[in-house]
Ligand binder design. Structure first.
Ligand SMILES: [Zn+2]
Length: 396
């Protein structure tokens, strides 16, 4: 396999998956991050969000560039996984107290905490932890009324919202009502890496486009046509979708008034209202992609480990160095993977370094000084392997 010298361009933050972050790794970026911000709309009177179907608007974030010679099958595996976290990641969340318009009442915060607990209660390998320092948080939550409900999707939160004074999630209405509780579950679904289900190309929805634009450009949403197309009518690239069917009860599905959907024709005359809460498909999907992690074998220097997993699966290894020195951890073989190294601090894995080689001819590689007496965990999620089982992970 041809291995070319790695360019620094391949190492920019957009290619990284980060769990816990250190303040020094936050760099204010100009460009992509700034462009993908949501512009809040301010409304004086609070409309009735439940009867008027206020909906979530995810910020637009550009797709990561991928080599043009990557074939469609390989590309589809990369695109369906790249925004999601490596399993076992601890997603730290923070509630803003200032500016005061972002501050939420305790009851609002409790509702969001309960929604995190509900996702975690499914038995998934992702962890959620509330922190009191925005520098520590991948998910930074505001409760600005009238500014809509939205969240970055998965790793977009660290790749496109790296400024710790920025929100990555906002709740623009009361989240203690039944509808609001579903909103909290929905936004956390985005934070875990899930897109909108009504944009699933397998849904086969044909929109009554003018009616959709008229509806969502009015209160309480007041969206621009661009936001409406981005969040509703744009079909998600089939490559980004897991599974083959449409789950109209998904927590990631909006409600739609009768008449907004032209096909299936039944929704010309009746409202599409997803069943409340997480659907069975939601639960199955997240448990499959983020299963519980039980046994973590040890990775020792100079002992290669075969990577015998399928696309989307992950291996996890514990590293307990017997000497303090610089180590290199690398995959070998024709495959795409994301590798993330964590240090266990007081029982919590903290992000140290990540490398995503997907869509390139390179291999994932981390070179870092590790210390005797400390514990580290390396996680490798496979996107694609040219020959399944022929990949190897090694540390030296
Ligand atoms: Zn949404």
């Amino acid at each position: 396999m041809a291995r070319k010298a790695k360019s620094t361009a391949k190492r920019k933050p957009a290619a990284k998956s980060r769990a816990s972050t250190k303040s020094k790794s936050y760099k204010a970026k100009s460009g992509a991050g700034a462009k993908s911000k949501v512009t809040p709309k301010y409304k004086k009177a609070e409309p009735n969000y439940e009867t008027e179907v206020a909906a979530c608007a995810v910020p637009e974030a550009p797709l990561r560039p991928i080599d043009a010679n990557v074939d469609p099958f390989r590309l589809s595996l990369i695109r369906s996984i790249e925004k999601k976290w490596v399993n076992g990641t601890v997603l730290n969340y923070y509630f803003f107290d200032s500016p005061s318009r972002w501050r939420g009442a305790d009851s609002q915060k409790d509702a969001v905490r309960a929604a995190f607990a509900e996702w975690k209660g499914l038995g998934i390998g992702l962890e959620f932890r509330e922190v009191d320092d925005p520098l520590e948080a991948e998910i930074r939550v505001g409760f600005e009324r009238g500014a809509g409900a939205w969240s970055y999707v998965g790793r977009d939160a660290v790749d496109h919202a790296s400024d710790p004074t920025e929100r990555t999630m906002n709740f623009g209405w009361d989240v203690t009502t039944p509808y609001g509780r579903d909103t909290a579950l929905h936004e956390i679904g985005h934070a875990c890496g899930y897109p909108h289900e009504h944009q699933n190309p397998n849904a086969g929805i044909v929109w009554n486009e003018q009616a959709v634009i008229d509806y969502f450009s009015g209160p309480p949403n007041n969206w621009s046509e661009g936001q409406i197309r981005h969040n509703i009518m744009r079909k998600i690239d089939p490559a980004l979708v897991e599974g083959s069917s449409w789950d109209k009860d998904s927590i990631m599905h909006y409600q739609f008034r009768a008449g907004l959907i032209a096909q299936p024709t039944e929704f010309q005359t009746r409202n599409l209202i997803p069943a409340p809460g997480l659907s069975n498909v939601d639960k199955d999907r997240v448990r499959k992609f983020y299963p519980p992690i039980n046994r973590v074998p040890e990775l020792k220097p100079y002992q290669s480990q075969r990577i015998k997993i399928g696309a989307g699966d992950q291996v996890n290894y514990l590293i307990e160095p017997s000497r303090s020195r610089k180590y290199t951890i690398q995959t070998f073989g024709r495959m795409d993977s994301v590798m993330v190294l964590f240090e266990e601090v007081d029982g919590t894995p903290r992000y140290l370094e990540g490398d995503d080689d997907s869509g390139s001819s390179l291999n994932a590689k981390i070179r870092l000084r590790l210390f005797k007496g400390r514990r580290y965990i390396v996680r490798v999620r496979l996107y694609y392997a040219a020959q399944q089982g022929e990949g190897v992970l090694m540390m030296w």
